[in-house]
Design a protein around this ligand. Structure first.
Ligand code: ADP
Ligand code: ASP
Ligand code: MG
Length: 480
């Protein structure tokens, strides 16, 4: 009888090449001695980016790009397979790689011929990386004496039909996972599911959004009522800030769902923003661990987290955003300007990350993902066309050169002085603040700065709240 049920997800870097896949497979094989394990794998590092980029090129008529990419991917995946599995045992997986790539090639050719990339085709093309990786990973497991079975998550995760950001339908997903995965687990097989993808009721492939394999893992964890979900990545857990920007960022041993969700929402790439949604109702803990240093315990994300008595726990920042502002002295008189603004963004499904309105109502500004900025601007100009022509609204503008910085911690509202210290630190280090929003969620204070000042803002706040653990010097940043 196995002790627990674990879902283990390996991100792109953790399956980046044959050596990484071997390391990840060893982690699974080790765990599978004691526990029932479901593995979830991403595409090999960089593959999804290349697929998406080539899909867009095909959409603009480039017929050669798809052929070049599929040739490259064939080589890369056969090489990885060859390094992991002896030749006499490779043929089934090798055939599968070729089948998937032949399908990919047809998709690129069709897209180039039509000169049109539909959202549906983009999803199917983007899914190829995960579909190529899972059979290789399963074969690597079998080499370690653990029976692995590659499974495409189109068989497991049922979603709505919103391509590029589909939502799971949990009841149906639960039924499918019970039917497809439970029997394998009972026979001591480790299912190796593709991350990132699902399918609609009629079988059309969907994706959960870029970086969505984290979400796949928690969806499967919730569907099977797993004891824990472990997200294996390339850093030692959730850190006090992005280590690429703040070199002395430290691992946070334990953090609450709310804090981690807030960090993810404001750009901490280590977790897809929706990851925790799936496991919160059942209280399943999620661990973030480093597949390159598996002896370290990483970060535990749980309902309670570990209280540090309120105050700042971590920082995050998000750069791919744009500030949209609608203003003019006459907008006080424009009927329902706020309602109309946000019904427009809702219709576009544009994600609004931060809102700030001056109390005089002369100006409303809000932030959306950079990818949504242009169409949001156009839709607002249509919505307020009359008001613009009568000059009651005198501008609707977009500023893409900004970043949001968020200071995150449980119960910050109850901790006096966090806002004061944050903004004093910014002032001291010459970081100009464009807008501020203190969430009523109590878990974050976020503010907008010029994108060139983002790194300095993080360094200053990290230092101010002593998140690196050793007293730092003020104004050490080189970001401005
Ligand atoms: P994976 O391929 O495993 O999904 P990602 O690249 O999506 O990995 O996420 C891991 C990266 O997230 C890290 O390499 C790190 O640079 C970045 N990151 C950003 N903010 C944080 C943070 N607060 N803690 C840990 N990592 C972070
Ligand atoms: N491979 C997908 C991506 O790059 C999903 C993931 O890695 O989480 O977006
Ligand atoms: Mg990721």
């Amino acid at each position: 009888m196995k002790t627990k049920l674990q879902v283990m997800k390996f991100g792109g870097t953790s399956v980046g090449d044959a050596a990484c896949i071997a390391r990840a497979a060893r982690i699974v094989a080790e765990a599978a001695r004691e526990n029932a394990v479901v593995a979830v794998v991403s595409a090999m590092r960089g593959v999804t980016n290349r697929l998406v980029d080539t899909a867009h090129r095909a959409g603009s008529g480039d017929a050669a790009a798809g052929a070049t990419l599929t040739d490259g991917l064939r080589q890369q995946h056969h090489d990885a397979l060859a390094a992991l599995v002896p030749s006499e045992k490779r043929s089934a997986v090798a055939c599968r790689i070729d089948e998937i790539l032949a399908e990919g090639r047809r998709l690129f050719d069709g897209t180039a011929l039509l000169r049109e990339l539909t959202a549906r085709a983009l999803d199917t093309i983007s899914s190829l990386g995960e579909r190529l990786c899972a059979p290789i990973f399963a074969a690597a497991l079998s080499e370690l004496g653990v029976r692995g079975a590659a499974i495409e998550a189109t068989e497991l995760i049922l979603t709505d039909s919103y391509h590029g950001g589909a939502e799971p339908l949990m009841d149906a997903t639960r039924e499918r996972c019970e039917a497809r995965l439970r029997p394998l687990l009972q026979e001591d097989v480790v299912p190796v599911a593709t991350g990132f993808i699902g399918a609609t009721r009629d079988g059309t492939l969907t994706t959960l959004g870029r970086g969505g394999s984290d979400y796949s893992a928690t969806i499967l964890g919730a569907a099977l009522t797993a004891d824990e979900v472990i997200i294996w990545t390339d850093v030692d857990g959730v850190l006090t800030a992005d280590p690429r920007l703040v070199p002395d960022a430290r691992t946070i041993p334990e953090i609450s769902y709310r804090e981690a969700a807030e960090l993810a929402y404001f750009g901490a790439k280590v977790l897809h923003p929706k990851t925790l949604r799936a496991v919160m109702p059942a209280g399943i803990p999620v661990w973030i661990r480093n597949s390159f240093t598996p002896t370290r315990t990483g970060t535990k994300i749980s309902q309670q987290g570990r209280s540090i008595g309120g105050g700042v726990k971590a920082l995050t920042a998000i750069r791919d955003v744009a500030l949209i502002s609608i203003g003019g002295p006459g907008i006080v008189g424009v009927p329902d300007v706020v309602g109309r603004t946000f019904s427009t963004t809702a219709e576009l499904r544009a994600n609004v990350l931060l809102i700030s309105q001056s109390s005089s109502q002369n100006d409303i500004c809000f932030i959306v993902a950079a990818a949504d900025a242009q169409r949001t601007l156009e839709a607002l100009r249509r919505e307020f066309a009359q008001d613009l022509s009568h000059e009651v609204v005198d501008h609707i503008t977009v500023d893409p050169k900004i970043a949001i910085v968020a200071v995150v911690g449980e119960n910050m509202r109850g901790t006096r002085g966090v806002a004061g210290r944050t903004f004093a630190a910014m002032g001291r280090d010459n970081v100009n603040i464009i807008a501020i929003a203190q969430g009523s969620s109590e878990t974050n204070i976020s503010f907008v700065v010029e994108d060139t000042a983002m790194k300095q803002a993080l360094l200053s706040a990290h230092c101010e709240f002593d998140l690196g653990g050793e007293k730092c010097e003020v104004g050490v940043g080189d970001g401005i």
